[in-house]
Ligand binder design. Sequence first.
Ligand code: ATP
Ligand code: MG
Length: 155
Amino acid sequence: VEADLVELVEHAADAFRASRPDHRLTVAPGPGALRLRLDPQRIRQVLDNLLTNAAVHTPAGTEVTVSVLVEPGRALVRVADAGPGIPPADRERVFDRFYRVDKARSRDRGGSGLGLAVACSLVRAHGGTVELSSVPGATVFTLVLPLGAASLTKP
Ligand code: ATP
Ligand code: MG
């Protein structure tokens, strides 16, 4: 199936704003549209998990930023938050099933620890990857999708 990645991101952002009024969400300026071969429901599920994670691990009132970027051969969606970050030792393991960094605290937040594992397999099924970079105050999850024969519209 083909779908517009930019529109998907905007819909996920709207849903986030409606359900999490305690956070501010900014969609950075990017391409006006980007049609890709992807499964919109699955990619939406990945975006929702990344956005929920960002909200759950940051104080109320902080900003979450989403951006769509195009690089040679690939499209990127970045979800950045200003939370405490993920320590280096946990950075690979957060993609494991049921893994949560702070078990006691995460339990209050109700997560099962499956979101990123599911996100990874859904993105891999699209030929893409999920990457993570994190320092205290700046955590960025990047969804990388192959561009294939995408059609791009400038803003
Ligand atoms: P689920 O998504 O299944 O409801 P979850 O959010 O706990 O539960 P994952 O989405 O797989 O599970 O995330 C795994 C763990 O990675 C989280 O419990 C948390 O410890 C850590 N994590 C994920 N995103 C962030 C983030 N943006 N900032 C800090 N820690 C994070
Ligand atoms: Mg999650």
